[in-house]
Design a protein around this ligand. Structure first.
Ligand code: DGI
Ligand code: FE
Ligand code: FE
Length: 396
């Protein structure tokens, strides 16, 4: 039987230490391949930037180019949400039925292995290969190895020198110095070309460049239009202009991303919103966008996050910023519909009338298309006294 090693992580970014461990793992078990499996974004807050999935994949591929044995696998990223190791191994067992599988993990993971989701099954599907981070933990590792062996989990400890680098430190170094020696040159080139990790999240000029490759030409133009309109309205009605710009640029950041993975993130985030996203897939991007700001972009300002979350549906009790972003989305310069002129005029003069006009139009459209109206939109309608027509022409 030949040997395959699975090495998962966020690889944010992949660095020389990761590659060194791959080589050692390969040597230790004479593996045919090491599979680098970048993890999808977990749907919760992160500290610092998490580079877009496609960039983390691309950096792994660039780093792996130098090594015949390393292959990059995008399975977890395509799937989205949190991937349990037991599922990933199940997938690999199906793809490589003839292979003996090894799971490459660090010390911390090894010491807490029995807290992992369905760890016994993991132990049946793969043996553990343990790379230690620090010196002096050998005894504890041997002890754990013994305990796990008694419970049927095989493991092997790598003889590796301590790994004196972490992706967190590398990101800090990049922000501070604009460079680092801890990633390979082709990865560094990529980071600098894409300006990953280099900017603080409130730098508007950078954010405009950041969203560009994540969306279509049309969506990009629209996003800049919404930014402009949101800032104009914020100035007029006394909302925070910086926050309006942020939310405006980013409100559709997830609009052109694959919906399956986005939905997976929403479902796992624990947000209860009473929306049937399968029936209303056009609502996914705003909820997913709010999560994305927190998980990828180091943005934790709740006002901005809520403005993104409710930009499609509105809700009862909207803040001024939420109202501005919701209306700016409907009146940016790229929008064309018969009474857009009237909507723009109301957005210049009277937010309340503008909301009534917008909600009336939305519920009419949704009713005509026989689409469900979500609870938040109903809440906003109730607050503004907008009646809901029913299919047969009456009101709800
Ligand atoms: O993302 P944009 O195209 O810029 O605009 P948006 O985020 O406002 O999305 C507009 C879509 O969302 C449009 O197709 C109408 C739909 N929508 C808004 N409120 C509701 C809704 N769809 C359903 N099913 N239920 C709602 O309450
Ligand atoms: Fe939108
Ligand atoms: Fe939009």
């Amino acid at each position: 039987m030949s040997q395959t090693v699975l090495y998962g992580g966020t690889f944010n970014p992949i660095h020389r230490g990761h590659l060194d461990i791959c080589v050692r793992a390969r040597q230790a078990v004479d593996a045919r391949r090491v599979l680098l499996m970048p993890a999808a974004q977990p749907p919760h807050k992160s500290a610092g930037w998490l580079a877009p999935d496609q960039d983390r994949l691309a950096m792994c591929a660039l780093a792996a180019r130098e090594y015949d044995l390393i292959q990059v696998d995008d399975w977890e990223i395509r799937r989205g949400g949190r991937s349990y190791t037991v599922d990933t191994l199940g997938h690999l067992a199906a793809v490589f039925p003839e292979e003996e599988l090894w799971l490459l993990i660090g010390t911390d993971m090894f010491l807490t292995f029995t807290q992992w989701h369905r760890w016994e099954e993991i132990g049946k599907m793969a043996s553990l290969l343990v790379a230690s981070r620090e010196e002096g933990d050998r005894e504890r590792l041997l002890d754990q190895q013994q305990k796990l062996a008694e419970r049927g989990v095989r493991s092997r400890l790598l003889q590796n020198p301590p790994m004196p680098m972490s992706s967190t430190q590398i990101r800090e170094e990049l922000r501070r110095d604009g460079t680092t020696g801890k990633v390979c040159p082709q990865v560094l080139d990529y980071i600098r070309e894409k300006e990953l990790y280099l900017h603080p999240p409130e730098e508007l000029d950078y954010l405009r460049r950041y969203i560009r490759p994540l969306m279509t030409d049309y969506r990009y133009r629209h996003s800049l239009g919404v930014e402009k309109q949101a800032v104009k309205m914020a100035r007029r009605f006394g909302a925070d202009q910086q926050k309006a710009a942020l939310a405006g640029i980013l409100h559709d950041v997830c609009k052109d991303m694959p919906k399956g993975a986005l939905l997976q993130n929403i479902l796992e985030s624990g947000i209860i919103n009473g929306i049937d996203f399968k029936a209303s897939p056009q609502l996914i991007h705003s909820y997913a966008g709010a999560l994305y700001l927190q998980s990828h972009m180091d943005i934790h300002d709740l006002e901005v996050i809520e403005a993104v979350r409710y930009h499609t549906t509105a809700r009862a009790g909207m803040s001024l910023l939420e109202t501005v972003v919701y209306l700016a989305d409907l009146t940016s310069e790229d929008r064309e519909y018969p009474d857009v002129g009237e909507m723009r005029r109301l957005c210049d003069t009277d937010l309340r009338k503008a909301m009534i006009h917008a909600l009336t139009h939305t519920v009419k459209e949704l009713t005509r298309k026989q689409k469900p109206i979500c609870p938040d939109t109903l809440g906003a309608c109730k607050e503004y006294g907008v009646t809901i027509p029913t299919m047969n022409g009456g009101v709800l």
